[in-house]
Ligand binder design. Structure first.
Ligand SMILES: CC(C)(COP(=O)(O)OP(=O)(O)OC[C@H]1O[C@@H](n2cnc3c(N)ncnc32)[C@H](O)[C@@H]1OP(=O)(O)O)[C@@H](O)C(=O)NCCC(=O)NCCS
Length: 157
């Protein structure tokens, strides 16, 4: 990802509905979001691989593969701005993240968790063939009590 991406991502954060759905901190300025993204792009934590999702030449999100286990990572994904949701980009980005994890990073296993009330996120994981392994902790999504659901997929799947 590039410094230009930091500005684009900070732009998505101007939409409070996006921030709520993505569980981002509310009330930060565009500059604060931009600086946070710059730090993440320039000096990412050692356990984080983050890849930009590009569609028609535009940054439309990112996927992350996170964790410090040698052959296992957690998948995360985000699409922005909110106006491009529900067009299949989330599934495409997550699928590309899985491919990168297995083909480039040679992982054995990728896991993910999503809040049950985050229906789009659950659908992305189900449609990509991840196997549900069980419920996780309780949580809140858009002010609604809910719980995490955990999923896994192996390289052989
Ligand atoms: C989750 C997220 C990535 C989905 O992105 P997207 O581009 O809208 O996803 P897709 O268009 O590929 O849709 C995926 C599925 O969710 C469904 N969906 C989309 N929006 C939905 C909504 N608001 N309610 C219910 N289902 C929804 C789609 O119909 C599709 O299901 P299908 O395959 O059965 O047709 C996006 O909403 C996002 O970035 N959310 C904030 C960050 C986040 O929650 N990340 C996941 C954390 S694990």
């Amino acid at each position: 990802m590039t410094l230009e991406d930091a500005d684009i991502i900070a732009g998505w954060a101007a939409d409070e509905g996006f921030c709520r759905a993505a569980e981002w901190t509310l009330g930060l300025s565009r500059e604060e979001h931009q600086q946070f993204q710059v730090r993440l792009i320039c000096s990412p934590p050692s356990d984080l691989v983050r890849l930009g999702a590009v569609h028609d030449g535009h940054l439309v999100g990112y996927v992350v593969l996170q964790g410090d286990e040698p052959r296992r990572r957690e998948l995360g994904f985000l699409i922005g701005p909110r106006t491009v949701w529900a067009r299949g980009l989330g599934r495409a980005a997550a699928r590309a993240g899985l491919r990168h994890g297995f083909e480039e990073m040679h992982l054995d296993e990728i896991w993910a968790e999503a809040l049950d009330a985050n229906r789009a996120s659950i659908r992305v994981l189900q449609r990509l063939g991840l196997r549900e392994t069980g419920p996780g902790e309780a949580g809140n999504y858009l002010d609604q009590p809910t719980h995490y659901r955990q999923f896994v997929i192996t390289a052989e799947a």
